[in-house]
Each structure stands twice: as C-alpha cells, then as structure tokens.
Ligand binder design. Structure first.
Ligand SMILES: Cc1cc2nc3c(=O)[nH]c(=O)nc-3n(C[C@H](O)[C@H](O)[C@H](O)COP(=O)(O)O)c2cc1C
Length: 209
C-alpha cells in the first residue's frame, strides 16, 4: 500500500505560499544553518551576461521588500550594479523542496547610518576582507590573499580597520518580483508575485510548473 503523501498547508494556498517564501528568506538572516543564509546573487555585466556568486544574506525586511548584503565597493559586482541595478537572488531549501527566485533593483549604500551600523556590527575578521590592497578581482602574478603582509593570520583592531572602512558597502536589493517552486510527487506548485507600486500591494498568481 502506498503511503499518503504529506503536503504542507501552503500547497494549494497562494497567500500561505507567499508567507512561507518570506518566512524561509527571513530565517536565512539569523540562522547560519538555514539554506537561505547563502543565496546566489545575480547581476548583469557590461556585455549583458548574468554573473552569479554566493553571498551571505545579512537582513531581509518583508515590509520594505529589501534584502541586505555586504560587499567591497571596489568589487566587480559593485561596478556592474552601478551600470545596471537589476539583481536576482536565488534560494533553494532542499528539505522543504522549495526554490525561491527574487528579483529587483539594487542600491549601493556605502555611507550613512545603515552602512555604519553594518560595518560596526561585523566581526573584525569579517571586516579584514576589506583590507585588501588591490581591488577584488585584480590579476596577480603569485597566489595571494591580497591583504597587507602585516595582518596575514592576525585579527585587526578597530584603529587598523578604520582606514579600510571606505572599501565597505551595503547592497540593498529592493524586491519587485518573487517566484516560488514547490516540488511534490503529488504535483509541483509554482507561483509568482509582482509588486504593484501604484496599489502598494503584491499581485500573485499560480503558474504551470
Ligand atoms: C560561502 C560564501 C560566502 C560569501 N559571502 C560573500 C559576501 O557576503 N559578500 C561578498 O561580497 N562576497 C561573498 N563571497 C564571495 C563571492 O561569492 C564572490 O566570489 C566575490 O564577492 C567576488 O564577486 P564579484 O567579482 O562578482 O564582485 C562569498 C563566497 C562564499 C563561497
């Protein structure tokens, strides 16, 4: 006899699916073991080609539809965002059998309260990445971390880090659309929500998976 298939409450419920999508993404900011902690973030390069990389999700604000990431202001992704702010963020929760694709526009905020708070609340080791002397992605003749010799293998103090603060920026992705794919033997489910700026609401619909 075949086992009954257990399906989540959101399986046939569009509103609950939307809630579940944000719940999973928000969990990624506080739980290092959450699959949403390290999404793939996509930008567009100068040839129009997509460029993806893993990034740590620092914060997710459902009310403002914003995801926050941290990066180096000199990085290749930062210059891509300057040219084209279109950004995609891809999450996959294997145990929940859920794929979530978010897309929107990114602002780089390197100064002001948000960036200062983000910088100050990061650990010294995390901030040491911003001490690289040349921009991330610069070609070098020998293998190198890019860090100054005197800080290799050491934890910088606040005074040492302060000189490198200008290299740090927050990346705020304002989400405009969300796509959800739930895999189930009983039948997959796919849904899409688009932010409607005029009505200030999300408009959702089911899609054929
Ligand atoms: C587990 C993991 C976490 C990462 N987190 C970040 C991050 O939070 N910010 C970041 O700029 N790069 C992060 N990276 C490095 C990026 O994937 C990427 O290699 C780097 O940012 C350079 O990308 P770019 O040349 O497209 O700018 C992480 C890489 C891994 C493997």
């Amino acid at each position: 006899m075949t086992e009954p298939i257990s399906l989540p409450a959101c399986y046939n419920d569009l509103d609950l699916s939307f809630e579940e999508a944000w719940r999973l993404v928000e969990a990624g900011t506080s739980d290092r073991n959450s699959p949403a902690h390290m999404p793939a973030v996509g930008t567009v390069d100068e040839t129009g080609a997509p460029q993806l990389r893993i990034m740590i999700l620092r914060e997710a604000f459902r009310d403002t539809r914003t995801l926050r990431f941290h990066t180096d202001l000199r990085s290749i992704k930062a210059s891509q965002i300057h040219n084209n702010s279109a950004t995609g963020v891809l999450f996959y929760d294997m145990s929940a059998k859920l794929q979530i694709r978010m897309s929107g526009q990114t602002r780089l905020l390197s100064m002001g309260d948000i960036a200062d708070t983000a910088w100050n609340s990061s650990t010294p080791f995390a901030r040491r990445c911003y001490m690289a002397e040349a921009a991330p992605g610069t070609a070098v003749a020998e293998p190198s971390s890019g860090l100054p010799e005197w800080i290799q293998g050491k934890q910088p103090d606040e005074a040492q880090l302060a000189n490198y603060r200008p290299n740090f920026t927050t990346m705020l992705v304002e989400i405009q659309s969300i796509e959800w794919l739930y895999l189930a033997n009983a039948g997959h489910r796919r849904a899409h929500w688009q932010w409607c700026d005029v009505q200030k609401t999300w408009q959702g619909s089911w899609l054929i998976p």
